[in-house]
Design a protein around this ligand. Structure first.
Ligand SMILES: Cc1cc2nc3c(=O)[nH]c(=O)nc-3n(C[C@H](O)[C@H](O)[C@H](O)COP(=O)(O)OP(=O)(O)OC[C@H]3O[C@@H](n4cnc5c(N)ncnc54)[C@H](O)[C@@H]3O)c2cc1C
Length: 423
């Protein structure tokens, strides 16, 4: 038995006494050099990198508990198969950081690069994925078009619908799978562990992580924020970073400006545990379903966002029904499998579906928002770049295209490669 297994056993019998908490619970101070609003993956990663850069005193304010927002609600797929040059470059860098993350944080985030197959069921999607493959190749990201035969070898349980007629109602599938795109570098990680790993590492570098502390307003002197009002008192600060997925519009309004984002619920669910049969992630844009099997055997299932904008965290039943129907369409033998849990998170989506990693209309307030349905994979690169932006006041080359000014300059960055882009 290894030392860590033995120590786990001893602690279990001793009722978990004397365990050192992974991070402190410090008193909120009246002033910090930098305040980060939002204790999800992006806020915590940013605080960690700020501390590494020696940026001064730093606090992370979280209205609930760490990772209780989208970071702890997401399906944890990590990939770089985007359409736009700017997105591929950014996500390729993030994937490289994922490969090192457990050792960077000295915390096992359980990154498991198991690859992803994007199923192609329409000629339009085939054209889209060909374009993406060409762009990804330029950035050294592997993304290869594969045949239905190869897909069948990799995932024998998939019903590709290639047998029978193409017309609906005459046997076979209305949209048989035409082929796929194989993205071997994609994978999944343990979402809570990512929040905890960054929190622990940031805390060790002196960051104050304050939970149950909601930001309720801002005090301003002209275009500068001078203090932040919270449910636990006011804090003066020189710089503010906002990383509040699902609440970006709300917090921007508190600060006195508007953002071009809408908020949508995005559902996900897990099944009862099954014997391992799915060794890669499957994504089917045409029917808005993606699925992978967790190490515990549960299927982790997601789809597109709800049809209506809202801040509800439960998801609409029609979307749930559509996603489950699409799952059974791909894997008919899962028809009798029970779903264990279903939930939703709120995603902020800009109208071009790309994130906003940017300065704001206020001089000392910065934004890492609009991550939509795809910000988990962006946490390592997003945190690193956002910290640099806050310190220097200037975006580096990697994130310059994601500035808020792109909307004013007529340079939106339309993406097709996120669930929030609906296909
Ligand atoms: C169902 C679902 C599935 C997803 N699947 C994937 C996926 O497979 N891959 C992927 O890459 N991405 C996925 N995403 C998207 C991803 O989860 C998010 O983009 C990412 O987690 C955003 O991280 P964050 O740190 O910005 O936000 P969050 O983790 O949401 O953290 C923001 C925090 O801010 C806090 N907050 C809000 N307002 C205030 C306030 N006024 N004061 C203080 N604190 C405040 C919230 O409580 C929250 O904890 C999915 C999202 C959902 C909902």
């Amino acid at each position: 038995m290894s030392y860590s297994a033995l120590s786990l056993l001893i602690h279990a019998f001793r009722g978990h006494r004397d365990w050192k908490p992974a991070w402190r619970e410090p008193e909120l101070k009246p002033a910090y050099d930098i305040v980060i609003i939002g204790g999800g993956g992006h806020g915590l990663a940013t605080a960690f990198h700020l501390a590494q850069l020696g940026a001064g005193t730093i606090a992370v304010l979280e209205k609930g508990w760490l990772g209780g927002g989208n970071t702890g609600r997401n399906t944890a797929v990590i990939r770089a198969n985007y359409l736009r040059e700017e997105s591929v470059r950014f996500h390729a860098h993030s994937m490289a950081l994922w490969n090192e993350l457990s050792s960077t944080l000295n915390f096992n985030v359980m990154f498991s690069p198991r690859g992803q197959i994007d199923l192609i069921r329409t000629w339009g999607k085939l054209r889209d994925l060909r374009r993406r493959a060409a762009i990804m190749e330029r950035h050294g990201v592997e993304y290869d078009l594969i045949s239905t035969r190869r897909i069948r070898e990799m995932v024998p349980d998939l019903d590709l619908g290639t047998e029978g007629a193409i017309e609906p109602g005459f046997g076979g599938k209305r949209l048989p799978v035409l082929g796929g795109a194989w993205h071997p570098g994609a994978g999944v990680a343990r979402h809570d562990a990512v929040a905890w790993g960054y929190a622990r590492a940031a805390d060790a570098l002196g960051v104050d992580i304050i939970q149950n502390c909601e930001v309720t307003g801002f005090r301003r002197d002209g275009q500068r924020v001078t203090a932040i009002e919270t449910t636990r008192g006011s804090i003066s600060t020189s710089k503010v970073g906002v990383a509040v997925a699902g609440h970006a519009g709300v917090v921007a309004e508190l600060a006195g400006f508007r953002l071009p984002v809408d908020t949508w619920p995005l559902v996900a669910f897990v099944s009862e545990p099954l014997k391992p049969f799915l060794h890669t992630c499957i994504n089917c844009p045409a029917t808005q379903i993606y699925v992978n099997q967790s190490d515990k055997g549960e299927l982790v299932i997601g789809g597109g966002p709800d049809r209506y904008r809202s801040h509800a965290q439960k998801g609409d039943w029609e979307t749930v029904e559509n996603v489950t129907r699409s799952l059974i369409d791909l894997f008919p033998r899962l028809g009798r499998v029970k779903l264990l849990r279903q939930w939703a998170g709120m995603i902020d989506v800009a109208y071009d579906t790309s994130p906003i990693l940017s300065r704001s209309p206020l001089d000392n307030l910065y934004l890492s928002v609009g991550w939509g349905s795809g910000g988990f994979k962006a946490i390592p690169a997003g945190g690193e770049a956002f910290a640099k932006l806050i310190v220097t006041g200037m975006p580096d080359e990697l994130i310059a295209p994601f500035g808020l000014d792109r909307f004013q300059r007529g340079r939106p960055l339309f993406e097709t490669a996120s669930a929030s882009a609906r296909g």
